[in-house]
Design a protein around this ligand. Structure first.
Ligand code: COA
Length: 312
């Protein structure tokens, strides 16, 4: 049995910044409403001819330049520009690497699902080094005329390189999903009907489920790791709504500033949101070697997952 650890992180964002005021021009909404109800000020959106593949390839290139080529690549995404071949395979081809290549889709829980698979692949000795990249272009999945969803989402990619380790740095995982919640956050319409599916959401129910399950998942993952909540240096949670984070902090009796936030500038970037937070935290020197971090996410399904890790 081997251990695994995260050795590095990188991110790539589209250049186009979309401020809340953009929506004021054509929807019955305001910067004030959006910021007050969500905590979001800006998000990045890809240009019309820009592919998410460019973002994945850019993150992969940075990870390879810094840490060497991996034996495997998992891309978590619910918005691939096409399904065949996988985003992972196409990005790998552009950079001339080969090995185990596949995509996973569990919506906003995508990065966490890929992360725990990568950990298992290393622990069983199947691979030595693996890149795990979350990428989503949510701007292509939202109905731009639906004020209740369009303002929430952004585009981006970010990922980590993981490697076999002699020390245990990934301490626990917790994951689960609910039954009878597949209708809370869905693609309305389907390819079967000849319609491009667009996101539709029962916002308040999603909000309540997110607070309840992420909170339980954080507690369970810490118990499983044998760590107390006071020992945690950073909570790196999925970025969906500042009020979800405030509710988590208050329910778990944690200071809110222990939750690392990128939401205000990038919105909900789905599969990219957790590694994007990690990359920012490293770049700003907030996240330091040996610190204890809880990663936690919730997404359409609904599903949720948490991991407790010691940073590098
Ligand atoms: N601008 C102005 N008004 C808006 C609006 C917008 N962008 N979006 C919705 N509204 C309106 C609604 O139509 C509603 O109007 P009504 O009272 O006339 O019917 C009113 O604001 C209140 O809507 P409500 O849904 O109760 O607001 P809310 O406080 O629950 O906030 C969300 C809505 C979507 C921001 C919030 O529910 C949320 O963040 N949910 C979780 C979403 C999430 O996490 N999704 C991703 C999970 S991975």
């Amino acid at each position: 049995m081997f251990y695994s650890r995260v050795i590095g992180v990188a991110s790539a964002l589209p250049d186009q910044i979309v401020p809340n005021t953009y929506f004021e021009r054509y929807l019955d909404t305001s910067d004030e409403w959006i910021h007050k109800r969500t905590g979001i000020r800006n998000r990045r959106w890809v240009a019309e001819d820009e592919s998410g593949l460019v973002l994945v390839t850019s993150v992969l290139k940075d990870l390879i330049d810094l840490y060497g080529s991996p034996d495997a690549l998992i891309v978590a995404t619910c918005s691939p520009d096409k399904t065949l071949p996988s985003m992972a395979h196409r990005a790998a081809e552009q950079l001339g690497i080969h090995g185990l290549m596949f995509d996973v889709n569990s919506a906003c829980t995508g990065f966490m699902s890929a992360f725990l698979q990568a950990d298992a692949l290393i622990k069983t000795g199947t691979v030595n080094r693996i890149a795990v990249i979350g990428m989503d272009v949510m701007s292509r999945l939202v109905d731009r005329d639906d004020r209740a969803t369009v303002v929430l989402f952004g585009d981006g990619a970010a990922g980590v390189m993981m490697e076999r380790s002699s020390k245990q740095r990934i301490l626990s995982h917790h994951f689960d999903s609910a039954i009878n919640t597949t209708n809370l956050l869905i693609d309305e319409g389907s390819w079967l009907e000849g319609v491009v599916p667009k996101i539709s959401m029962r916002g308040q129910e999603v909000f309540r489920l997110a607070v309840r399950q992420v909170s339980q998942s954080i507690t369970d993952s810490l118990n499983h790791a044998g760590c107390g909540i006071d020992e945690v240096d950073w909570f790196m949670c999925h970025q969906a709504n500042q009020r979800i984070i405030s509710a988590l902090a208050s329910g778990l009796s944690i200071q809110e500033d222990k939750f690392y936030m990128t939401l205000s500038e990038y919105g909900n970037t789905s599969s990219a949101s957790i590694p994007l937070g990690l990359d920012h935290a490293v770049r700003s020197n907030a996240l330091q070697k040996d610190q204890l971090v809880v990663l936690s996410s919730v997404g359409a399904g609904m599903s949720w997952a948490s991991s407790v890790i010691q940073w590098r």
